[in-house]
Design a binder for this molecule. Structure first.
Ligand SMILES: Cc1cc2nc3c(=O)[nH]c(=O)nc-3n(C[C@H](O)[C@H](O)[C@H](O)COP(=O)(O)OP(=O)(O)OC[C@H]3O[C@@H](n4cnc5c(N)ncnc54)[C@H](O)[C@@H]3O)c2cc1C
Ligand SMILES: *[C@@H]1O[C@H](CO)[C@@H](O)[C@H](O)[C@H]1NC(C)=O
Length: 499
């Protein structure tokens, strides 16, 4: 064997020294507790690690990481109960989630661009059969015009938010009133345009803060549906694998700093540090805590803060909305719905707005599976979460039998009804920006309170409600903490205050 050259020896020495320096820095650095291992908590941990803050624990209530990104097996295929689309692709900027999902980093998830252009051909009457394509097209064009005019109007409103209005008020200003009373077709097109994205009706949603929507404005109008056996959650594992010890073969995280099945119930904060008490009564102490639990959880009494959070913090949390979006999967023994180009999505125009309104078939994603997805939101979600799945199955099948009168629609054999609202670790699906909360108040949701930091999609500067919002918020919130811990810049300037 050739003796090692001096250069190699020097290099080895350098690496060893660097490692020791790194360890010393880690030991001297602050200790941090991260509550929650969803996309934002995992992303915050990565950012802290990059800044040399490695003395942390991540306390996660459930038995897995990923939070609201969660795959499950249904009827032999892997489906997503939570986030399903990478939203905002093919625009000026690269969506960081798309960079991972479709990237060279080894992930390359199986994705499908969703094409909503053919809905006018696929809008079903409540009593069965299709609406005339031209008619639906006209309504959709009108809806687009109103949206555009709404975006223009939003741009003229005062930054203070004092002039903000609901999307519905804007529609009225444009003489467009699908809010009713109106025809089922008008209502389902309106539902598709708004509720299907924001999970709340135009009556509730802020015009100023959703039109135009930064997600599509910055990252592009395309959305890609993830249908990969590894699940959309593999983007979370991808980020985690960059700093948490992970088993090469199984992909399981083996890092002792990640504590699963650990429910945080109390966070005490003092001038000198924090103490976090779990449901099991265990107490973790640290210099800082980062809370990534959802807005819905913060609105509930799951985590008690001691002392109580100040009212400047509490009120914006209570005023913001946690919306509910429910993806109901149904399995049939045979197929009775049309397949082929332009048939993926179809609408059900009911006189009851939001009653089993938006359907999707999976000939591309899960060929031969005979699985359909129907999405409901808001009040329908609450109602459906509270009734037995057998009733939901019967309702959905009845709707389909009416939509397809000439067809032999069999009973469904399986159903999956996720219950994000009832789940005490989520309390809903994602945040939606309601009227009555201005930019300044929204930014307060992210602002730290003493040594307690906040992250999560609901704290994202521009992309609340989305996976990329959660990911970017983890980085931003970690940076705020790093500024304090390492540069002693602990005074946090609330962004919106300049208005
Ligand atoms: C049905 C549905 C559909 C969606 N569709 C899309 C989509 O298509 N595209 C998109 O971009 N986004 C979508 N979203 C939104 C997206 O999933 C979320 O914005 C994002 O995953 C939120 O990440 P987060 O880290 O902020 O929160 P979470 O994922 O909620 O992470 C917080 C973590 O904290 C844990 N936790 C809560 N309380 C405690 C406690 N007391 N102690 C310890 N741990 C606790 C939770 O278990 C969770 O793991 C959807 C969400 C849902 C539910
Ligand atoms: C996804 O990645 C593939 C392979 O690199 C590339 O050809 C394709 O254009 C990407 N798609 C988008 C929408 O960026």
């Amino acid at each position: 064997m050739k003796p090692p050259s001096t250069a190699v020896v020097a290099l080895v020495l350098l690496v060893v020294v660097a490692q020791y320096a790194f360890l010393a820095a880690a030991a001297a650095g602050p200790k941090v507790i991260i509550v929650g291992a969803g996309m934002s908590g995992i992303s915050a941990g990565k950012r802290l690690s990059e800044a040399g803050i490695t003395d942390f624990v991540i306390l996660e209530a459930t038995d897995r990481i990923g939070g609201r990104i969660h795959k499950t097996k249904f009827a032999g295929v892997s489906v997503e109960m939570g986030a399903n689309w990478v939203e905002g692709v093919n625009g000026d900027e690269m969506n960081p989630i798309w960079a991972m999902a479709n990237g060279t980093g080894g992930l390359s998830l199986r994705t499908f661009r969703s094409d909503f252009d053919h809905l006018s051909k696929n809008t079903y009457k409540q009593e069965g059969g299709l609406y005339d394509e031209k008619l639906v097209e006209k309504i959709m064009e009108r809806t687009d015009e109103v949206e555009e005019s709404g975006s223009k109007l939003a741009g003229t409103l005062h930054h203070s938010g004092q002039q903000d209005m609901s999307v519905m008020a804007m529609q009225r200003l444009n003489d467009h009133m699908p809010c009713g009373p109106s025809a089922p077709m008008d209502m389902v097109v309106d539902y598709f345009q708004h509720d299907f994205e924001f999970a709340e009706p135009p009556r509730v949603t802020s015009l100023q803060n959703t039109q135009p929507l930064p997600t599509f404005n910055d990252f592009g109008d395309d959305v890609f549906f993830v249908a990969d056996p590894r699940g959309f959650e593999s983007v979370v594992y991808h980020v985690a694998g960059q700093y948490l010890r992970t088993d090469r073969n199984s992909g399981a995280i083996r890092d002792p700093r990640l504590k699963l099945n650990t429910v945080v119930r109390e966070i005490s904060y003092f001038p000198s540090g924090v103490a976090v008490r779990t449901e099991g009564g265990k107490v973790y102490r640290a210099d800082y805590v980062v809370v990534s639990a959802s807005l819905g959880v913060l609105q509930s009494d799951l985590i008690r803060f001691k002392p109580q959070l100040p009212s400047w913090k509490i009120v914006p949390i209570y005023q913001f909305d946690m919306a509910i979006y429910t993806k109901i999967f149904l399995k049939f023994p045979t197929r009775f719905w049309p397949e082929g180009p332009g048939t993926e999505f179809f609408l059900h125009a009911s006189e009851r707005r939001g009653y089993y309104p938006v359907w999707q078939q999976f000939e591309k994603q899960y060929p031969g599976s005979n699985v359909l997805l129907v999405t409901v939101t808001d009040d329908e979600s609450r109602r459906i979460e509270q009734q037995p799945d057998s009733e939901t199955m019967a309702e959905a099948v009845e709707v389909l039998r009416k939509m397809f009168p000439g067809k032999d629609v069999p009973d469904a054999t399986q159903i999956l009804v996720p219950r994000w609202w009832s789940n005490r670790f989520f309390k809903g699906s994602f945040s939606n920006w309601p009227i009555g909360v201005n930019r300044y108040e929204y930014d307060l949701i992210r602002a730290p309170v003493g040594r307690v930091y906040f992250t999560g999609e609901h704290t994202s500067e521009k992309y609340n409600g989305y996976v990329h919002g959660a990911y970017l918020s983890g980085i931003d919130s970690a940076d705020i903490l790093i500024n304090c811990a390492k540069k002693k810049m602990c005074k946090y300037n609330v962004k919106g205050k300049q208005y």
